[in-house]
Design a protein around this ligand. Sequence first.
Ligand code: FPP
Length: 245
Amino acid sequence: MSTEASLKAETPPPPQHVAIIMDGNGRWAKARGLPRVAGHQRGVDALRGVVEAGQEMGIDYLTLYAFSSENWKRPPSEVDDLMGLLRLYLRRELRELHRNGVRIRFIGEWRRLAADIVKLIEDAERTTADNTGLTLVIAVNYGSHSEIVEASRQIAVAVSDGRMSADDIDETTFAAHLHTDGIPDPDLVIRTSGEQRLSNFLLWQACYAELVFMNVLWPDFNKRSLEQAVDEYHRRERRYGATSG
Ligand code: FPP
């Protein structure tokens, strides 16, 4: 076997689904005496790099927490800046993402955003729906608690209408009512900036995910950082509640 072939044989496959809590934009900006929006702008650059890196590494699903349902509590000007960046990202980058075979999905209550953003999101999902490369899942106005409550409500209505019986409710039917229907659970959840919390992100879906907390601030996160997180993931033994062999 050639050295290259043997190296390839030794390299474990990448996690199928990596989800990232992109944290630390504000601190990155503050450390440089810049306004917070500058941190978010550099955060978009990091996001672009990570999508490319994910494709190169053969990751199938990459979920990024862009705006949580709690982020509305930020000053209106910062909310406007974040919405503006989302608009710009979708307007400027859809063509390139589509050319690279990226499929785009949004999770969260994104239909409640400004009408022009809703249109951009619908267009991005529709345009890329048949792509077979990396699936980029962007969480906007997302919160796990409300996602789980809404799934429960939909199931309760289906049972009371007689479309479903209470006996039909199991983990599979429940998961099918979440925003992530059709998306495999994340294998690896990364949070940057040294904070060690899930902050209402994929609480159902991350039940067996490896959690990797990194000290890097999001604008500084790059392909090497993603590789480090994946290396850490590979060092851990995933047992799904079973004993080790
Ligand atoms: C957390 O940093 C980051 C966010 C709340 C937003 C993440 C958004 C982006 C990377 C850009 C917008 C996304 C798209 C899809 C265009 P923080 O502000 O909480 O940082 P801090 O904790 O240091 O203050």
